[in-house]
Design a protein around this ligand. Structure first.
Ligand code: CMP
Length: 137
């Protein structure tokens, strides 16, 4: 079993898509190991996306991510990291395959409904950024 980290982003929560996205994860065989609804500050969003600090969209992205509630979770499954990336679809929903979460629920390359870790080291950082050890038992 492998763990990955995911966020249902403020656009999808605002539009009422959270339950649909959780259902897609369930159908694809992911188990929710930990989950919480949160409201990120701009500073917390900047810390999470620090790897993108030099990108032109950083300020806009971190404002968006702190614009409303998010749902943060740790998911468990064989091959969870790659399988969640596949289920999510391309970053830009215009390029996402039919049936993927972003194709169904995302509105733009920034407001793209869902985040998923892209590798084992980023999953470890992202899980540790959002969840304390006592929340992962
Ligand atoms: P995510 O998978 O969370 O990783 C970084 C995020 O930055 C990405 O999803 C998008 O929300 C956002 N992003 C990536 N590329 C762009 C872009 N070209 N313009 C605006 N936002 C982007």
């Amino acid at each position: 079993m492998q763990r990955t980290f995911s966020i249902i982003k403020p656009d999808a929560v605002r539009k009422g898509f959270a339950a649909d996205i959780l259902s897609e994860m369930d159908k694809a065989g992911f188990k929710i190991f930990a989950i919480k609804k949160m409201f990120l500050s701009k500073t917390q969003a900047q810390g999470f996306y620090a790897v993108h600090a030099h990108r032109p969209f950083f300020d806009s992205l971190t404002s968006f991510m702190s614009s409303g509630s998010i749902i943060a979770m740790v998911l468990e499954k064989d091959n969870a990291i790659a399988d969640l990336r596949k289920l999510m679809g391309a970053t830009n929903p215009a390029n996402a395959e039919a049936g993927t979460i972003r194709k169904q629920f995302a509105g733009s390359i920034e407001e793209n409904a869902i985040h998923g870790s892209d590798a084992e080291d980023t999953a470890a950082f992202e899980i540790g950024y959002f969840f304390a050890g006592y929340e992962l038992v």
